[in-house]
Ligand binder design. Structure first.
Ligand SMILES: N[C@@H](CCC(=O)N[C@@H](CS)C(=O)NCC(=O)O)C(=O)O
Length: 195
């Protein structure tokens, strides 16, 4: 059995939730209260008890969303979420490498009041340019790269009131992703955070 140590508000957990939903895998969730992190969670994933952590029976625990995503994609091959083409696989890796600079650092700076919305829009414009008119972040198929980025874009829009759809390529990309059940399920999670 698979268990996800999870927190609804955590966008890193959202990455794992979306992959699990895409794969249609049965799993259990253990919700971790982030504001009062239990000592057992710190023991499970030292030194600070970060989520997500994926547990599969007696196998080693997998913290780190990127690691869990790759494991799930290989363990449950359908539908594949990594390209077959070697260069496109490298580009998915590159998208992960660039994620902090492109999205997560500006997102957390905005959240903590260290960046203005206008400054955040500059970062979004950079992401919009990277996307261009391509259907997905890498190549013509939906991959782990899209799943890696979308939790922050959804949260910027719905929790931080950023008009992310002012950026045309981001708007089209979001509409395309929102056709997927796994993404709509994550949108429901985000909506429950503001309700
Ligand atoms: N690099 C980790 C980051 C995970 C992470 O930072 N999770 C947050 C919640 S969104 C966390 O547990 N932070 C520690 C804290 O809130 O004390 C990953 O990709 O899974």
């Amino acid at each position: 059995m698979l268990t996800l140590y999870d927190a609804p508000r955590c966008p890193f957990c959202a990455r794992a939730r979306i992959v699990l939903a895409e794969k249609g895998v049965d799993f259990e969730t253990v919700i971790v209260e982030l504001d009062e992190r239990p000592a057992w969670m710190v023991e499970l994933n030292p030194p600070d008890g970060r989520v997500p952590v994926l547990e599969q029976s007696a196998l080693p625990l997998l913290p780190e969303s990127r690691v869990a995503m790759r494991y799930l994609d290989e363990q449950f091959p359908e539908p594949p979420l990594m390209p077959v083409d070697t260069m496109e696989r490298a580009l998915v890796d590159l998208a992960f490498e660039r994620f902090d600079a492109l999205i997560s650092t500006p997102y957390y700076r905005l959240k903590n009041g260290r960046l203005t919305v206008e400054e955040f829009h500059v970062s979004l414009a950079g992401f919009d340019e990277e996307l261009g008119e391509a259907a997905y972040i890498v190549g013509s198929d939906y991959t782990l790269a899209d799943i890696a980025y979308i939790p922050w874009i959804l949260r910027a829009e719905r929790l931080l009131d950023v008009a992310v759809r002012e950026h045309a390529n981001i708007a089209t990309w979001l509409e395309r992703l929102e056709e997927r059940e796994a993404i709509r399920a994550e949108i429901s999670v985000v909506s429950s955070l503001v309700a």
